[in-house]
Design a protein. Structure first.
Length: 105
């Protein structure tokens, strides 16, 4: 993905990226990772400002990390060939994932 993105700018084209800033739209259903991926979502934060079902948020006073659901979510993102899990909770996601969560491009 990285090389393709660089080529877009070099060729004078415009790229659009779809992301979820919170895993709330999944409604706790891991199978929806694949559905959103198929719709073009390539970046998803497990949580953002405040704690949710996946884990703690960046504005929470106490960093509680990922929940069991959040760890399962990190694994689901990998099995869907998702490109990346964004920075909030990424340390916990690394620990939960069986492989790299960084872009392969």
């Amino acid at each position: 993905m990285g090389a393709a993105l660089l080529a877009v700018g070099r060729d004078g084209n415009v790229a659009v990226a779809f992301d979820l800033e919170d895993s709330g739209p999944l409604a706790g259903r891991l199978e929806r990772v694949r559905q959103f991926y198929d719709l073009g979502v390539r970046t998803m934060l497990p949580s953002y400002n405040n704690r949710n079902a996946a884990g703690g948020g960046c504005l929470d006073e106490v960093d509680e990390g990922l929940t069991a659901y959040g760890r399962a979510l990190a694994g689901s993102a990998q099995s869907a060939d998702a490109d990346r899990v964004a920075p909030v909770g990424v340390g916990y996601a690394f620990a939960a994932s069986p492989c790299s969560l960084l872009s392969r491009g």
